[in-house]
Design a protein around this ligand. Structure first.
Ligand SMILES: C=C(O[C@H]1C=CC=C(C(=O)O)[C@@H]1O)C(=O)O
Length: 485
């Protein structure tokens, strides 16, 4: 055994690490092997700027867990790969189940960082399905709730980039062995960062030719029937609003890797969360959603109502006309107000203060514009962020109003299992921060197919044909990222 096993780590550190306290690091490793509580450990280092998606593409492993998350306008992105451990839960208490498991993992994880930063340390990446059980083999790889502690992770926050490696302490017998592993990881990281300078084409970047979308006539008939039935239920006061979605299955070219799909999405949808979760089976759930479910930084919660939609105009005048039409449309206001009202009611028991505008703004994406009300609240002392997340999901922007009344009809009126579509997707870290989006405008990609999802809110005066067109607009980003005309 080496007497001073840790002496050479400095030589492997990225040059961006300007302060490294060797004895702190040595003590950290020593303590890990003495501690009875530490099962996992994370090591974080600042690195030179790299696009996390480029890094993921360069290190892509088809038979491993891979993750990507980016909101370009926030200049925030996470790329990650490998699974050190995971937590799962199902059933009506899955949010609490995940909350308990996340806090246990937090207690079992020791964190080393050469810099004190809000994004250093343990991150758990994953999401929840829309319903608390999945009943279709298609979603086998995506349990009702699953979160992963990745083997490596690159986070870019504005101009600052951080790399974190996680380990299972039991996989190492002594500090020097672990130190060798960390130096190896740093060497690989440095080599990949170097590679980006020399070679722009490490990943298969196949050119698939644009394909025509198969006709959807029988789907249109089913859709119309479902919307008519939903309106009938609204007329009978069973509920006031229901969100119905469509799923379309299209052949997918293997020449379009998931990182390429996300790359096309993020270029055009800079105001959206662009994400992917890839499982070792080869299946990938990905998408580009404009809807934040909830973010929490230091107990400050941000959520939003996003409901009510119209297309974009071809000219500035037409666009302004459509925006005006959306803002003044009673049907869309109605659809939107259910969401605002319901979010406020659900947050009430968990927050000290809450603020929002009294009239909705309009959020513009390149394919559609939406009515949008941001909501800000301060969490009270006794509530936990995952508990609140569980209370918010599903908002009437993807579920219905009142939810308990509308819920049983979603399965009857749609003709597919929602799985992760419209479920919360995102991350939570050991410092109690989180960000979750609603996984709409998404797709599940299997080897040769993509199952795409999009829906819209149905209220008493919804028109089936207009709503069908709206779902077509919402399917557009994923279809063009998959190179459909
Ligand atoms: C349910 C979806 O969109 C929701 C979010 C924004 C606007 C919506 C609407 O206007 O219907 C939907 O509530 C979807 O895109 O699948």
């Amino acid at each position: 055994m080496n007497d001073n096993p840790l002496s050479d780590l400095k030589d492997h550190l990225p040059s961006s690490v300007t302060r490294f306290n060797k004895s702190e690091y040595n003590d950290f490793l020593d303590n890990l092997f003495k501690s009875s509580t530490a099962r996992y450990a994370t090591f974080s280092f600042p690195i030179h700027s790299i696009d996390p998606l480029a890094y993921l593409e360069m290190c892509w492993k088809e038979d491993d867990f891979q993750y990507y998350w980016e909101k370009p306008n926030d200049e925030f992105a996470i790329a990650a790969g490998g699974e050190i451990t995971s937590v799962t839960a199902s059933g009506p208490n899955r949010f609490n189940g995940i909350n308990n498991k996340v806090s246990t993992l937090g207690q079992q994880t020791a964190e080393f960082s050469t810099i004190s930063h809000p994004y250093s340390g343990m991150f758990l990446l994953g999401g929840f399905s829309f319903f608390d059980q999945n009943n279709d083999d298609l979603w086998e790889d995506f349990p009702p709730a699953s979160f992963y502690l990745p083997r490596w992770m690159i986070i870019k926050d504005g101009k600052f980039t951080l790399a974190t490696f996680s380990i299972d302490v039991n996989a190492f017998s002594a500090a020097h062995e672990l130190n060798n592993y960390i130096t190896d990881q740093l060497d690989q990281l440095n080599a990949t960062l170097e590679q980006k300078k020399s070679d722009g084409n490490t990943h298969q970047n196949g050119e698939a030719s644009p394909t025509l979308l198969p006709k959807q006539e029988s789907d249109y008939q089913k859709w119309t029937d479902s919307v008519i039935k939903a309106k009938e239920l609204i007329r009978k006061n069973t509920f006031e609003k229901i969100v119905l979605a469509r799923s379309i299955k299209v052949p997918k070219s293997t020449a379009i890797p998931p990182t390429q799909v996300v790359n096309s999405l993020r270029k055009q949808y800079t105001n959206c969360y662009n994400f992917l979760i890839h499982k070792p089976s080869g299946n990938t759930f990905l998408g580009s959603t404009p809807e934040r479910l909830m973010s929490a930084r230091n107990k400050l919660l941000l959520t939003e109502a996003l409901a009510g939609s119209i297309g974009r105009g071809n000219t500035a005048t037409e666009d302004a006309f459509l925006e005006n039409k959306l803002s003044g449309n009673g049907k869309d206001q109605n659809e939107h107000n259910f969401v605002v009202q319901d979010i406020e009611e659900r947050l009430e028991p968990f927050v000290k203060e809450l603020s929002r505008n009294t009239t909705p703004e309009v959020k513009k994406l390149s394919n559609v514009q939406h009515l949008y009300t941001p909501i800000r609240a301060q969490l009270n002392e006794k509530s936990t962020i995952l508990e609140v997340l569980g209370q918010l999901h599903p908002t009437p922007a993807v579920g219905g109003y009142p939810w308990e009344k509308a819920a049983p009809f979603i399965k009857d009126l749609e003709h597919f299992e929602r799985g992760r579509y419209a479920g919360p997707i995102g991350w939570i870290n050991s410092k109690g921060n989180m960000e979750f989006a609603v996984a709409i405008r998404s797709a599940l990609c299997t080897k040769n197919h993509a199952h795409l999802f999009a829906g819209c809110g149905i209220v008493k005066d919804s028109d089936p044909a207009t709503e069908w067109e709206e779902t077509n607009l919402k399917l557009k980003p994923m279809l063009s990222a998959l190179q459909y005309d």
